[in-house]
Design a protein around this ligand. Structure first.
Ligand code: ATP
Ligand code: MG
Length: 337
């Protein structure tokens, strides 16, 4: 099982991606970001499925050709089963089932969220569990105690918007464009993060988060300013907003790590690509003598490498899935460990 060649397929949202792995090691991966959504300021689900349909074949062929291999070398298929957009998941899952049936090889349905968490350890044969994970993406903001690859306990979560969603919504409010997270990150480098103090949410006796009040606060703040002021101070406002998000995420994480006695902290998800969050977490981890894992930048946002890597784990631990598994748009991590 250790050297099994696994093809990973990811189509849960607006990235069409494939990756080839041998055991825990990546051979090659391709992520095609769908550009069709840019002019709409967000992902249009129907267009996303159509684009996956168009792009998935060439992306899979590309990854196999660039690895100098052929389809017959593939020994297992790992595919995102959920969470994600129903139509988009169906394209990837149907394609994967077809390949598994045609090649007579096992199929592994993968939880996209587990993929994000374990993307930190791609290439490794062992996992440094237990650890505390801050999962911050477009759809999730959660603090999770990870006992091992099957045993999770939810420590805290957002009560409204996910952190990535807040970045995207505020970028839209500021007219910065889509996708908001990377654009705010880039623009903030030219801005003063102390320009305006936006409120930081906290809940007594809880590790939960909230970002919708912050978004409303940004809206109220800019609606009181004239357009010249906003234009002049856009990087300052962006940096001040980003600092508020980073403060809340990092402080809650460190508080939970301290209270629960965690020495290892893992960042995961698209917002883990944020340069200020990464910088702040390194500072805090050093200060509090914690071991910090941050995913390689290639594996923060959606990609198929993390799906293929989970396929490697599933092949070794739980075995394959039947060909009639369904796409599960609201698939959760199974908590309760
Ligand atoms: N550098 C960055 N700074 C802040 N946010 C970022 C950065 N890069 C990406 N993001 C945000 O990450 C999100 C995308 O991450 P990801 O692909 O993990 O989410 P998703 O797949 O849409 O949701 P989920 O994984 O929860 O189902 C977007 O909201 C995007 O704005
Ligand atoms: Mg994702």
């Amino acid at each position: 099982m250790q050297d099994t060649v696994i093809l990973g397929i990811e189509t849960s949202c607006d990235e069409t991606a494939a990756a080839l792995f041998r055991g825990p090691e990546m051979i090659h991966h391709i992520t095609a970001t769908q550009l069709v959504h840019t002019s709409y300021g967000g992902v249009v689900p129907e267009y996303a499925s159509r684009e996956h349909n168009k792009l998935l074949g060439p992306v899979v062929r590309g990854v196999i050709e660039q690895a100098d291999m052929s389809l017959s070398d593939v020994e297992g298929i790992a595919v995102t089963q959920g969470p994600g957009l129903a139509g988009s998941l169906l394209v990837g899952l149907s394609y994967a089932k077809g390949l598994a049936l045609g090649l007579d090889i096992p199929l592994y349905g993968i939880n996209h969220i587990e993929g994000h968490i374990f993307a930190n350890f791609i290439g490794q044969e062992t996992l440094p569990t237990p650890f505390l994970c801050l999962l911050v993406s477009g759809g999730h903001t959660q603090l999770i105690h990870v006992e091992n690859a099957r045993d999770y306990t939810l420590i805290g979560q957002t009560r409204d918007d996910a952190a990535g969603e807040a970045f995207d919504k505020v970028a839209r409010l500021l007219g910065i464009g889509y996708p908001g997270g990377p654009l705010i990150d880039k623009m903030s480098k030219q801005g003063n993060s102390r320009f305006h103090h936006f409120p930081r949410s906290s809940f007594e006796g809880s590790y939960d988060f909230s970002f919708s009040g912050l978004k409303t606060n940004v809206l109220q703040y800019i609606s009181k300013q004239d357009s010249e002021f906003i234009k002049l101070h856009l990087p300052d406002i962006a940096a001040s907003f980003q600092e508020a998000v980073v403060d809340v995420l990092s402080m809650q994480t460190m508080k939970a790590a301290r209270d629960l006695g965690h020495d290892r902290i893992v960042l995961a998800g698209g917002v883990a690509a944020n340069s200020r969050l990464r910088e702040r977490m390194v500072e805090l981890a050093n200060e509090h003598e914690k071991i910090l894992y941050q995913p390689d930048m290639r594996y923060c946002t959606d990609n198929a490498a993390m799906i293929a890597y989970m396929g490697y784990w599933k092949a070794g631990s739980q075995g394959s899935d039947p060909l009639d598994i369904a796409a599960v748009p609201n698939l959760k991590l199974s908590f309760g460990g």
